[in-house]
Design a protein around this ligand. Structure first.
Ligand SMILES: Nc1ncnc2c1ncn2[C@@H]1O[C@H](COP(=O)(O)OP(=O)(O)O)[C@@H](O)[C@H]1O
Ligand SMILES: [Mg+2]
Length: 301
């Protein structure tokens, strides 16, 4: 897959009085198109600084950032603003919705910069709000919505203009566990459907498990960079296998080593309730590289 974001020897240092704070150093990252990449690190490790660099919100002290082959570190502020409007979406921890505006107006906002007509903007915004389950809250202002609902608006807004990349800085930091899960599902649904690259910044290991790749940073440097089987995809595959099993579309399961042959198993299963049917688990057999990752197993890592 082609890489959509690339950094070369990226460094960002801040001068604070007589001191120099090195927030990022020697960052060489390449992010593939359509990848959900998580930047994981503790508070103060440099995550937000890195996100700001990747999105062209701040200039590097040294090194370069390329997005879609363009060196954004060399762009003027005007070129950068135009580039961000055209290719980038943002999701923030504190939602950053405009308080005086309705959900529709907030979602339609990025399309204004794209020169889309008001009628079309409104139509797209309504579609997006429907897609995030806010059909009945379209005319509400942020103050008239819960945190989870506001973040749904935030996500609808980020994806409305079909950006190439969506950057999210602790997008569920203010939400409870159940809402976090719902928000991540929405996020990943859009990403998978539209093949949009996601760069997700968090300190939360559980959230990182929704990503395809986890880049861990510490004191402004990458200390670990590893592929991850997205919890979202694991859950989707499991649900699909369960549905196929229930619809009786699967061939008889191969007995795993040490299990009784298929005939015996079939006899044993007869007359049992569906909930007692052993889980179909063909893709993640023991000893295979992709060991099955249940949420509990992931938390242990
Ligand atoms: N504008 C700034 N001026 C000075 N130091 C900064 C600035 N922004 C960030 N830093 C410092 O850079 C380091 C990384 O910060 P940040 O990227 O916000 O971390 P994280 O998002 O991982 O919590 C911290 O030590 C922070 O104090
Ligand atoms: Mg931060």
């Amino acid at each position: 897959m082609a890489s959509i974001i690339k950094t070369v020897d990226l460094r960002k240092a801040y001068r604070v009085g007589p001191e120099v704070v090195v927030a990022l150093d020697c960052i060489n990252l390449e992010i593939a198109e359509g990848q959900v990449c998580c930047i994981l690190g503790t508070s103060g490790s440099g995550k937000s600084t890195l996100l700001n660099q990747l999105a062209g919100l701040e200039k590097p002290t040294r090194g370069n950032v390329y997005i879609l082959g363009k060196n954004i570190s060399k762009m003027t502020e005007k070129q950068l603003a135009h580039f961000r409007q055209k290719s980038i979406g943002f999701v923030f921890q504190s939602y950053n919705l405009l308080p005086g505006m309705s959900a529709i107006e907030n979602v339609a906002m990025p399309l204004t910069f794209r020169g889309v007509s008001k009628r079309k903007r409104t139509a797209i915004a309504k579609e997006m709000l429907k897609a995030v389950g806010l059909e009945s809250r379209m005319k509400h202002t942020p103050a008239e919505m819960s945190g989870g609902q506001q973040q749904r608006v935030g996500i609808a807004r980020a994806f409305a203009a079909r950006p190439k990349v969506v950057f999210a800085d602790e997008p569920t930091g203010n939400l409870d566990t159940k809402t976090t899960r719902e928000i991540m599902e929405l996020f990943l649904n859009f990403s998978r459907q539209q093949k949009i690259t996601i760069v997700l910044v968090t300190h939360d290991r559980n959230l990182a498990n929704y990503a395809d790749r986890i880049v861990t940073i510490m004191d402004g440097r990458v200390v670990k960079d590893a592929a991850n089987q997205s919890l979202f995809d694991v859950e989707k595959e499991e649900a699909a296998r369960k549905a196929a099993w229930e619809n009786d579309q699967l061939p008889p399961q191969e007995p795993a080593p040490g299990e009784p042959p298929a005939e015996e198993q079939k006899a044993a299963n007869e007359g049992t309730e569906p909930s007692a049917v052993p889980e179909v688990n063909t893709a993640f057999g023991e000893g295979q590289e992709n060991e099955k990752q249940t949420p509990a197993a992931l938390e242990e890592k």
